[in-house]
Design a protein around this ligand. Structure first.
Ligand SMILES: [Zn+2]
Length: 273
């Protein structure tokens, strides 16, 4: 299956792939109205505007570094996942969406996060001895709460690191626990132009292995920017054996490239062997 991901409503309706993912909440804090018949892509704790307006809401590590766009290794602001008002607002907005939903920026923004007073207090009051186990519990409970509010398919985005234990250590995400509440996982493997692409195949294979035995689908997101259709089709051929769906991040300028790559791939499949 092929899909596109876009923030452009016209493109989302252009039927370039089998379905379209459409941004309704961005990591910079912008929101836009959902579009019927598309997968709503919702940034969870990535919200630069919220963190800029109220810096104390940002997730913080043991050294006091806040997860803001100017902190090293952070590209956007991240609200602490245990912020009760933010969590409630997020759940309420997700509950108003119709159809399929994809969650992005799901997780703590790094291995050392979050050490705010509330997180410290909650961890100490929890049944867990290990902070990573507590973090995984926080996130799995959130996704479980989302699942009860979504009437379509629910997809969770994973950080592209399939090494055993890495997702849990980095973000507090445990695919095996989350799998009970989601229909699929989506892994972005984006690079404009794909000057090299061996790593795309390696990571896709790693995730297919990590998710083996779980009742979930695997979508891989590729970038349709700065590339020609044949090369994009070539990168797709390398990851397709490991994925159920390929999602192309698409801007209006790349739409024809993506359309042509999908056409080539579909023709190959339709052709007799
Ligand atoms: Zn916190």
């Amino acid at each position: 299956m092929y899909a596109i991901l876009t923030d452009d409503s016209e493109l989302a309706r252009a039927e370039i792939g089998d379905r379209s993912y459409y941004f309704t909440e961005f990591v910079d804090g912008r929101r836009q109205e959902p579009l019927e018949g598309t997968v709503s892509s919702v940034a969870c704790w990535g919200d630069t505007a919220a963190v800029r307006d109220e810096p104390e809401r940002a997730a913080v590590d043991a050294d006091g570094t806040r997860a803001t766009p100017d902190a090293e290794g952070h590209h956007w602001g991240t609200v602490c996942p245990t912020d009760p008002d933010y969590r409630e607002g997020l759940l309420e907005r997700i509950g108003r969406l119709e159809g399929d939903v994809r969650l992005t920026t799901l997780g703590f923004p790094g291995a050392g996060f979050c050490r705010c007073e509330r997180c410290n207090r909650r961890f100490e009051g929890s049944e867990h001895d290990e902070r990573d186990a507590w973090r995984a519990d926080v996130l799995t409970a959130f996704v479980a709460a989302v699942a009860t509010r979504v009437d379509g398919e629910l997809t969770a985005t994973l950080y592209p690191d399939p090494y055993p234990g890495s997702l849990r250590e980095r973000a507090g995400l445990e695919p095996a626990g989350l799998a009970a509440h989601v229909d699929g996982f989506l892994v972005p493997l984006c690079d404009p132009g794909y000057g090299t692409s061996y790593w795309v195949e390696s990571l896709a294979r790693g995730f297919a292995r990590e998710l083996e035995g779980l009742e979930v689908s695997l979508s891989i997101q590729l970038s349709g920017a700065e590339i020609d259709p044949e090369r994009l089709a070539g990168v797709t051929r390398r990851v397709e054996p490991h994925a159920d769906e390929i999602v192309y991040g698409t801007y209006p300028d790349d739409a024809e490239t993506v359309r042509e790559a999908i056409e080539r791939l579909r023709e190959e499949k339709a052709a007799p062997a």
